[in-house]
Design a protein around this ligand. Sequence first.
Ligand code: 5RP
Length: 262
Amino acid sequence: MSGELSPIDKAKFVAARKAAEYVQDGMTVGLGTGSTAAWLVRCLADKMQTEGLTFKGVPTSTRTAALANQLGLNVISLDEARWLDLTIDGADEFDKDLNLIKGGGGALLQEKIVATASDQMVVISDVSKRVDTLGNFPLPVEVIPFGWQTSKALLEELLVSMDVLGRKTTLRMNGDAPYVTDEGNHILDCHLNRIGNARQLALALNQVPGVVENGLFIDICDIVVMGHGDGKVETHDINAGTIGEDQIDFLDTDNLFTDLAD
Ligand code: 5RP
């Protein structure tokens, strides 16, 4: 079964498999959103079945909640959890300081709240997400529907004074209609190409009326677990200043592919 996965999916899987080792019995764990995070949920379900792992999961979207419930995880809300031991989530880009762009899957608001309410955030990714400078991936900014076109204009005006290369913003669509987040908001994707000062931009964006949150995660991520298509996994720990390397053997995981793959 593992042979049918693309190299990118294998890379996402091995990153998730490695990061699942951070989850210990009794922990409360934030469950991210996206295709990599979905692998994590499957890996955790497998560890429940094969190792008797017990933990509570706080999903960051209705999509992740549906998958976690389907696989029998013990799902609780953030209000029930209040504080989490760990959040494991994907990302659209990360740089050498482990600052991130997130929100490609539209769940940045819940993802940022849950990650910020966690002792530790671990990002799982394939190698394509590592960049020298953030900004090639369009930066998602969540805005309330009321007056979104005014918010868009204000945002574009703000970008004139920011250290970015591009300034075009587009309303994310879902077919013919604007994309709607779990909170009932819209997303403006900002095509910046290069973000010179991500910290400054993250603070400034949230000052624009109508903006709920932006997809820049600054000083939130502690560890990135980056998978490769051949099963190699690199673990970058920003606090310890270490880079570890492991190899995940696909043969050991054939049950997981057979039982849990989509
Ligand atoms: C969702 C996200 C995702 O983590 C991000 O888009 C990465 O997704 P994938 O793992 O599918 O590449 O931020 O809002």
